[in-house]
Design a protein around this ligand. Structure first.
Ligand code: SRM
Ligand code: SF4
Length: 599
């Protein structure tokens, strides 16, 4: 069984609150609620002044409050940060554009949907789309006047962006590679069921973006409009994933709620272990914020998964901190009240006790590249897409054009992985050669060096407003240097996970990679080491504020030592702990404890 973390002993927990949801009147009376709570309450179920704001042609932006609300519709107002200095000098408004994120449960799209998304990328999205670390697509730089057209195209493809961002249950991920056919079908079905049952019910999305019929008199009755969420939705984002061992490609321990498939000998799902309280985001210099790996809370029968999903989310809805958004995720709720109190409330709401968790084993949190054959005889091809950016690279791989050509002939489906890669799935035997020929023609990569294919970088500059340092644009050159260093020590084929982010929000889940780089400022990164290869253990801070060349010079001697002293099958993160270079972190709060001086 995976060495799954458990809460630290001897913690003092607060008394859990009553299980009653807060009423709107109570919420409004509460002076110290976070500003976003007031915005939600006043929004008329996520409408705000968005419809009018879209008509304000003098600016490419929308109002600040609408900027918070539009997230629930799957969008962010951003600006091109590369252009800021020049535009400020010329006294021009920032170069505003919207990021649009789709809701694609389990990351599965048909070839027909792919073609529509490709059209959107070419027409409105700067000839690119971005596969994210949560199995969906983002478009960047959509100007305000094109938003409705883009949303109409998305709707026409029978897709939507509802709840892709915001304080709601987000896009539900599921293990992607359909190699264990029955188990993956069950995981995918559960992802769709949870996504649909926890979806906001407000008609605001259709009304604003697709000119759907307006509701006469507004949607006023809390219970009728949003039976699960009410007017205040959740205290913070809420993320759910479904994992099928032995692959932990969805990083189940990094999410608020997770289901781990328990399989019988024929790979059919007998039930699910439920995990709660994982999350990555933290703030530099604020030790009360920390990444946390989820606890395994218990086991439920396959048919009960949905009721537990709803129970977990509603306990967080009612117990989560609505005064301080930095302390609002489920991981902090569980730290505050303890896993036992949380489990008891979930069981009470679900109307059933959980069974003891069942054994499971994860082997890695990466993807399986190249062709795999499923236990049902179907063929799947996983392509490595650097940082998930699907575009035509000058003098390089033509991801946009190549995948379009494949979509034109492909008879199966496409699947996005949580590691930003793409699977051309369910390819009939007779079509393998044709797909293979297109992959070669467009220079698409079935793999890469061992380090590179285990890498992820978040978007960061120039679109992310929170980036402190480069990430996607910086990782390839760092990778060149690290690959040279590994090759020098004969480690070029060693599978080591490396992830980089432009800030400590952790969008590429860097704190559960064996090598994690977290931006601090221009060309400065904290270096974290010692996480588990299967994604079950956090890393520790090893070096502060390193420049890219210092990252390489810090890692080089560790690679040299690992090459000579590692035991058979021992992963880099495990070796660093055994050799005493970093301390073992089991869960969130001890993440910042420092044992010995930093290097
Ligand atoms: Fe993220 C905010 C991009 C996965 C934790 N994330 C953002 C924003 C929207 C920046 C902002 O708030 O202004 C970024 C937009 C950048 C851009 O230009 O596109 C952004 N996050 C991403 C994506 C696109 C990264 C990528 O390179 O793929 C991922 C989109 C996922 C999706 O499809 O839904 C993405 N973000 C994650 C993950 C990974 C995961 O969930 O598996 C995490 C860590 C897990 C977690 O939630 O704890 C993550 N993003 C955050 C946080 C910190 C949350 C926290 O609890 O502290 C923020 C900031 C916030 O919410 O205040 C954030
Ligand atoms: Fe932006 Fe930070 Fe997320 Fe990277 S980790 S995309 S810099 S919020």
């Amino acid at each position: 069984m995976t060495d799954a973390p458990s809460p630290a002993a001897k913690r003092v927990y607060e008394t859990p609150p009553t299980s009653r949801p807060i009423t709107e009147a109570e919420a409004a009376r509460e002076a110290k609620l976070a500003a976003n709570e007031h915005i939600k309450i006043a929004s008329g179920y996520l409408r705000g002044t968005l419809a009018d704001g879209l008509l304000a042609h003098a600016t490419g932006a929308i109002s600040e409050d609408d900027g918070q609300l539009v997230k629930f519709h799957g969008m962010y107002l951003q600006d091109d940060r590369d252009l800021r200095p020049e535009r400020t000098k010329k006294k021009l408004e920032k170069a505003y554009g919207f990021m649009i994120r789709l809701r694609i449960s389990g990351g599965v799209v048909t070839p027909q949907q792919w073609l529509v998304l490709d059209d959107i990328a070419r027409t409105y999205g700067g000839d690119a789309m971005r596969a994210t670390t949560r199995q969906t697509f983002q478009f960047h730089g959509i100007i305000k006047s094109n938003l409705k057209r883009t949303m109409a195209a998305i709707d026409a493809a029978l897709l939507d962006t509802i709840a892709a961002c915001g304080d709601v249950n987000r896009n539900v991920m599921a293990s992607t590679n359909p190699a264990q056919a029955k188990a993956h079908a069950a995981a995918y079905q559960l992802a769709k069921d949870i996504s649909n049952s926890l979806l906001p019910r407000t008609r605001a999305w259709r009304e604003i973006w697709l000119d759907g019929e307006r509701v006469v008199g507004g949607e006023d009755e809390v219970q009728e409009v949003e039976p699960i969420y009410g007017k205040t939705y959740l205290p913070r984002k809420f993320k759910t994933v479904i994992a099928v061992p032995p692959s932990n490609e969805v990083d189940v321990f990094a999410h608020d709620l997770g289901f781990i498939a328990i399989l019988d000998k024929k790979n059919a799902v007998t039930g699910w272990n439920i995990t709660v309280g994982g999350g990555m985001g933290m703030t530099h210099g604020e030790p009360d914020t920390f990444p946390r790996t989820a606890d395994v809370m218990g086991f439920c029968k396959a048919q009960d998964a949905l009721r537990y999903a709803e129970a977990v989310m509603t306990v967080q809805r009612d117990w989560g901190n609505r005064k301080n958004r930095k302390n609002a995720r489920l991981k902090y709720t569980i730290e505050r009240y303890g896993l036992d109190a949380f489990r008891a409330e979930v069981e009470a709401r679900a109307g059933k006790p959980l069974e003891a968790a069942k054994p499971f084993t994860f082997t890695s949190n990466g993807d399986r590249f190249g062709w795999t054959e499923g236990d049902d005889g179907r063929h799947h091809l996983t392509l490595y897409v650097p940082s998930g950016r699907i575009k035509d690279i000058e003098n390089g791989a033509q991801f946009l054009s190549g995948l379009r050509r494949i979509a034109e002939v492909h008879k199966g489906d496409f699947r996005l992985t949580a590691n930003q890669n793409v699977i051309i799935a369910n390819v009939p035997e007779a079509q393998r050669a044709a797909i293979e020929a297109l992959v070669d023609e467009y220079g698409l990569t079935k793999g890469a060096g061992a380090l590179r294919r285990n890498s992820i970088a978040c978007v960061a500059m120039p679109t992310c407003g929170l980036a402190l340092a480069e990430s996607e644009r910086f990782l390839p050159s760092l990778m060149d240097d690290l690959e040279a260093s590994l090759a020098k020590h004969g480690l070029q084929d060693e599978e080591i996970t490396i992830r980089s982010t432009g800030c400590p929000n952790g969008c590429a889940r860097p704190f559960i990679a064996e090598i994690g780089l977290v931006g601090r400022g221009p060309e400065r990164y904290h270096l974290y080491l010692g996480a588990a290869f299967d994604g079950s253990r956090l890393s520790k801070l090893y070096r502060e504020d390193a420049s890219p060349s210092e990252v390489v010079s810090t890692l080089d001697p560790l690679f040299a030592e690992y090459a000579t002293a590692k035991q058979a099958g021992e992963h880099f993160g495990d070796y660093l702990i055994r050799a005493g270079h970093v301390a073992k972190t089991t869960n969130g709060p001890d993440f910042h404890e420092r044992i010995g001086a930093l290097k």
